[in-house]
Design a protein around this ligand. Structure first.
Ligand SMILES: [Fe+2]
Length: 285
């Protein structure tokens, strides 16, 4: 076994190792679950992947990203659905990734948290005194085994790069895998529709990640550079906060962490992880 975990949540599922554009000039090497992984295209153009010990890994290209299933025996479930990726009228913009020294579980939990907007993303995603998180609905899609938060709303002075005035943004969140999540939020150029933002986390190891961001937006005015720049500004504000969290792994033990982040979505995410027996990047005892 070349990967440093026995957690089936990591070994028997699809993990991203970065955008497919990494293969534009030949092979790509990166670290996944503490071990080196190499990816390349075969003569037919199909993505291939090999572990550090020479073992071939299951690999696929989807949503403009590379996905690897590190385990040997279990059959991975199908990769999550992302219908907005192929929806006509949407623009796909890859923001690439940012390295963060924290557990991927902490990164996803932060992505789901609206309460930090006015403090960490002041003048962008929130603003004092609009600090209260209004009640919203949390549900589990049992068939897909995904978590949804719906009917979320938050006053945002500058909800996206296209925003020129404050709006009460409507949000929906979705967790598809322990390390992937989507956010759907009010589209500024098309207020009746929602833009989609994907967060795909590559677990470099238990306390180091690369957090990738992929947009499926209705915007047809802003340049890619502007859209990417806005996301990098937001991620850049989260990065130091995430890296200062102690412990860097996510406690999944009752009573371990003072429930300052005990909002409904965070609680649902932690319970969902516990039910799955999540150990990678987590503290269980
Ligand atoms: Fe944030």
């Amino acid at each position: 076994m070349s990967f440093n975990t026995t957690d089936p949540n990591m070994l028997a599922d699809w993990l991203t190792v970065g955008p497919a554009s990494r293969l534009a000039r030949g092979a790509h090497e990166t670290t996944l679950l503490g071990s080196r992984v190499r990816l390349w295209r075969d003569e037919a153009g199909r993505v291939q992947a090999g572990a550090a010990d020479g073992r071939m890994l299951r690999a696929q290209e989807r949503y403009g990203y590379l996905w690897v299933c590190p385990g040997e025996t279990a059959e991975p479930k199908p990769l999550f659905a992302f219908p907005e990726f192929d929806e006509p009228g949407r623009r796909i913009v890859d923001c690439d990734g940012i390295g963060v020294k924290v557990s991927g579980l902490r990164m996803v939990e932060n992505f789901l948290d609206m309460a930090h907007f006015p403090y960490v993303h002041s003048h962008f995603l929130g603003e004092v005194p609009h600090t209260e998180v209004a009640p919203y609905k949390v549900s589990i899609d049992e068939e897909a085994d995904e978590i949804w938060a719906t009917e979320c709303r938050f006053y945002q002075p500058r909800t996206s790069g296209a925003a020129t005035e404050g709006v009460e943004a409507q949000y929906r969140y979705r967790v598809m895998q322990p390390l992937t999540a989507m956010l759907y939020k009010t589209s500024v150029p098309r207020p009746g529709a929602q833009d989609a933002i994907g967060l795909f986390v590559q677990p470099v190891d238990e306390e180091h990640i690369i957090a990738y961001c992929l947009l499926a937006y209705f915007d047809d005015e802003l340049s890619d550079t502007d859209l990417i720049g806005f996301q990098h500004t937001i991620f850049g504000q989260d990065k130091p906060i995430l890296e200062n969290q102690r412990p860097k792994k996510m406690p999944l033990v009752a009573g371990y962490e003072t429930p300052t982040r005990c909002d409904a979505m965070s609680g649902a995410y932690r319970r969902w992880l516990k039910k799955r027996g999540m150990t990678y990047g987590a503290i269980n005892a």
